[in-house]
Design a protein around this ligand. Structure first.
Ligand SMILES: [Zn+2]
Ligand SMILES: [Zn+2]
Length: 164
């Protein structure tokens, strides 16, 4: 019997978390793992009680970043605070520069991601990308590839039960 590896296991859970994301530009999921234990999940969405992008539309800044949502990584980090020290973060995307700052200061030591994302604000800060920025902050980053197509096919939005 084959057994799913830890990284793959958490990568998939992270992609599930993204299903709760509420910004049509990108559904992003993030989870925090410490000592092989999932301690927090997060997805991108408007602050609690406020209207979400999927209801009232995105609000973009001059560079095209939607500014309505709290990002998935930030939502996961604030749930566990100091517990992040020494933990690892799995994210569906390369974190934006603002989330990279939080990741560095939270004490997270490694980031795993599936989808590339280049935030032009990283270059404004003098780095090639957020990856270089994270390395400078002593955070490792590794691409785990995407989830396979078959898994995505099995979770079409029209199959979800919206009334639960
Ligand atoms: Zn949005
Ligand atoms: Zn972010």
């Amino acid at each position: 019997m084959k057994r799913i590896k830890w990284k793959e296991y958490y990568k998939i859970i992270c992609h599930y978390a993204a299903m709760r994301g509420t910004c049509p530009k990108a559904k992003v999921g993030a989870i925090i793992v410490k000592d092989n234990n999932l301690i927090a999940t997060g997805y991108n969405g408007a602050p609690t009680g406020m209207k979400h992008c999927y209801d009232v539309g995105c609000i973009n800044d001059a560079e095209g970043h939607c500014i309505r949502s709290v990002h998935a990584e930030a939502n996961a980090i604030i749930k566990v605070g100091k517990e992040c020290n020494g933990a690892e973060l799995f994210c569906t995307h390369v974190p934006c520069i603002e989330c990279c700052k939080l990741i560095i200061n939270s004490g997270i030591k490694k980031v795993y991601y599936s989808n590339e994302y280049l935030d032009n604000r990283a270059q404004k800060l003098g780095y090639k990308s957020q990856k270089e920025f994270l390395k400078e902050g002593n955070v490792e980053i590794e691409c785990l590839g995407n989830v396979n197509t078959q898994m995505k096919l099995n979770f079409k939005e029209e199959d979800w039960n919206w009334r639960l």
